[in-house]
Design a protein around this ligand. Structure first.
Ligand SMILES: O=C(O)CC1=CCC(=O)O1
Length: 260
């Protein structure tokens, strides 16, 4: 088991591939852990050093009490980078993972070579919307909201035809309430618009064409803030690395080549 510890928290990580390979680091979405990249990774070029980590309160990482701030989550990602001595990183962030990536790019430009924003934005939703979600899951548990959340994550076809779908519901439901609500609070308090407008590194954005959480128009608007290229992924909801790993891997592979 691989971990990175700070004075506050122990984070579960995976560090795979050759030590001298190009570093690609992945940040997961709300209610998912580092397994969300499992289908994508075998489709990427050989020789990469792949870094994954579980956000606090997700997967096997410690769950500190809620609420969290986006600065906490960025500091966790930074601790992983510094703990492993990573540099020249291409950071791939899905949803809240993309917010973390935008924050890390602004705070530690020395660490990042390039950024991939997957189904994310500089600002996601409203404070009221996130507070409603926090109140509901604190009262009734995550499963009370799992139906609508999963409808935003995946297209109807994926949900209907796929025995794997039930396992994603298990992953969501097994997220700690502290981790889930803590991250909701972090998203509620994050508006990275000016931060992201000021970024000066290569950025690629992509979105599932049926993303019910961060719509393609919202992701495209964030891409425009920092002059990023934008790509639509057909037949995918909020988590294209699960639903369309081949198309997602192709976009990522081409971007890695362009930023080699
Ligand atoms: O739960 C959702 O609506 C999807 C989502 C929003 C932010 C995130 O990381 O996932």
């Amino acid at each position: 088991m691989q971990t990175i510890s700070t004075s506050e928290i122990r984070l579960h990580i995976r560090d795979e591939g050759p030590r001298d390979g190009r570093v690609v680091m992945f940040g997961n979405s709300l209610g998912t852990d580092l397994r969300v990249w499992d289908a994508l990774l075998p489709l990427l070029p050989a020789g990469l050093r792949i870094i994954r980590f579980d956000k606090r309160g997700h997967g096997l990482s410690d769950a500190t009490p809620a609420p969290y701030a986006m600065d906490d989550l960025v500091a966790d990602a930074e601790a992983v980078c510094d703990g492993l001595g990573l540099r020249d990183i291409t950071f791939v962030g899905l949803s809240i993972g993309g917010l973390i990536g935008q924050g890390l790019a602004a705070k530690r430009p020395d660490l990042l070579r390039a950024l991939v924003l997957m189904d994310t934005a500089a600002k996601i939703g409203t404070a009221d919307m996130w507070q409603d979600r926090i109140d509901t899951i604190n009262r009734d548990g995550i499963d009370a909201l799992a139906g609508p959340i999963l409808e935003r994550w995946f297209t109807p076809g994926f949900r209907a035809d796929n025995p794997e779908f039930a396992l994603w519901r298990n992953m969501l439901n097994r997220t700690t309430v502290a981790g889930y609500s803590g991250c909701c609070a972090a998203i509620a308090g994050a508006d990275l618009t000016e931060n992201t407008r000021a970024l000066h590194l290569p950025v690629m954005a992509m979105a599932g064409d049926q993303d019910g959480s961060t719509s393609p128009d919202l992701v495209r608007a964030t891409a425009e803030l920092c002059g990023a290229e934008f790509h639509l992924i057909a037949d995918a909801g909020h988590i294209p690395c699960v639903e369309q790993p081949g198309a997602t891997a192709k976009l990522l592979t081409d971007f890695l080549e362009r930023t080699a």
